[in-house]
Design a binder for this molecule. Structure first.
Ligand SMILES: O=C(O)CCC(=O)C(=O)O
Ligand SMILES: [Fe+2]
Length: 211
């Protein structure tokens, strides 16, 4: 599997530098828009390329809630792939309720309610090798959660720098066993730390304004 664009893990958008969409992925988006499977060509910001060998399958799952619905899957190479939809019964067993075909060059659009639990989807074992491009869009809530996380990191960093600056100043002020030159150096270091506090707080404020 390869991820292009936004990277989501454990229902959260991750603060990672993702691989950007390639020209091929953009072309696929344009084709999906033309076919009426995607609202507009910059709609998706995450694309997972799945490469399945004969016999590989995907267990029943709900896609991350950090993504909006629908989820758009472009299937390539195989005409035989099937996706199942079902729910888990009282005994904890996945009960298949529906099955759809995913022939090569087709788009599968999974939207609410099928795209949310209790509905799950799964890939039946691949009869032949297959490639899929799964297009998704990160939800505004997930974007906001990442901004808040970044903001909190900046604020914590600012507090750390502030503590450091105070310690340096204290040592300089006591001056115990230090030459004039060393005291001067300590004061300079403290000022540099103090400047970092301000930069980090500014970052945090900018992030707060964006959320
Ligand atoms: O590769 C596919 O066809 C489906 C993949 C899928 O369900 C997923 O990545 O969540
Ligand atoms: Fe899925």
């Amino acid at each position: 599997m390869m991820h292009f664009g936004a990277y989501v893990h454990n229902n959260r958008l991750q603060d990672a530098q993702p691989m950007p969409f390639t020209s091929e992925i953009h072309m696929a988006c344009a084709a999906l828009v033309k076919a009426g499977a995607m609202p507009y060509d910059t709609w998706a910001d995450a694309c997972t390329v799945g490469m399945y060998e004969e016999g590989s399958w995907l267990p029943p799952h709900e896609d991350s809630r950090a993504f909006e619905r629908p989820i758009v899957i472009l299937s390539l190479l195989s005409d035989e792939q099937e996706m199942t939809f079902g729910q888990v019964d009282n005994l904890g067993e996945y009960r298949e309720k529906a099955r759809i075909r995913m022939p090569a060059r087709s788009a599968t659009i999974i939207d609410a309610p099928a795209a949310y639990a209790p509905w799950l989807h799964a890939l039946a074992p691949a009869p032949t090798g297959r490639i899929s491009l799964t297009f998704r869009r990160v939800s505004p809530e997930a974007r906001r959660a990442l901004q808040v996380e970044r903001m909190e990191t900046e604020r914590a960093g600012a507090m750390q720098s502030l503590k450091c600056a105070a310690q340096l100043q204290e040592r300089a002020a006591s001056g115990r066993g230090l030459s004039q030159n060393e005291i001067k150096k300590l004061r300079k270091k403290a000022r540099a730390k103090q400047a970092k506090v301000q930069t980090k707080l500014n970052h945090a404020n900018n992030l707060a304004m964006e959320t």
